[in-house]
Design a protein around this ligand. Sequence first.
Ligand SMILES: N[C@@H](CCC(=O)N[C@@H](CS)C(=O)NCC(=O)O)C(=O)O
Length: 227
Amino acid sequence: MITLHGFAASNYYNVVKHVLLYKQIPFEEHLIFSGGDEWLEISPVGKVPALTTSDGRHLSETTVICDYLEETYPERPLYPTDAGERAAVRQIMKISELYLELPARRFLAYAFSGKGAPEPVKAEVRHVVNRGVGALSRLCQFSPWIAGEEMTMADIYVHYVNKIVGSVGSEQLDWDILAQIPGMKEWNRTLRDAAITREVEAGRVANEPAFQAYIQAFIASGKSAVK
Ligand SMILES: N[C@@H](CCC(=O)N[C@@H](CS)C(=O)NCC(=O)O)C(=O)O
């Protein structure tokens, strides 16, 4: 049996959970926020999510796990068979991670402690996100799926990227980032209403009190920023 380690308030965790549910792969969830050496044996950077495969291998990094699941469970494929089309799907995922998700995440620690980010941080994030917005405006098809006629991994991935970008990113920058990408908000609503997305969201809501308690304890301990 596959084990998915992490917590459901994490959008990265929810990408993997969505893929598991979509492919109808049996799995169990192991709730963990952080840990010591035992956790680092599973997730070497200590990040969420991690996955233990049915033959006992530990994997981390969301897109690596997604690729493993696709290759091991090819039923209900989430990548095109054509190499060029597959690369185009991965290009959308990579750009959304590097130029939307990661810069927006720089605001998380400020948001958790109820503060606005300093202006220089905001200016830097705005610049990077602006480039991501430009790139995705060129690349995303929404016809009806993000990379064209078939649903792909990029539909799942970008939907959860948008959770961070459309909340903490937009709030801190006072800028409706997703509205800058024509078709993005409408597509996002379609994804949000899908049965699997609703199941994943229910898991996130159920995990929220435990997550908030963890964050508050973390802030009170005076440790460095949660990312
Ligand atoms: N590059 C990693 C990023 C995962 C990540 O940042 N996870 C967050 C939760 S959403 C985390 O583990 N944060 C805790 C920490 O940084 O210690 C991936 O793609 O899986």
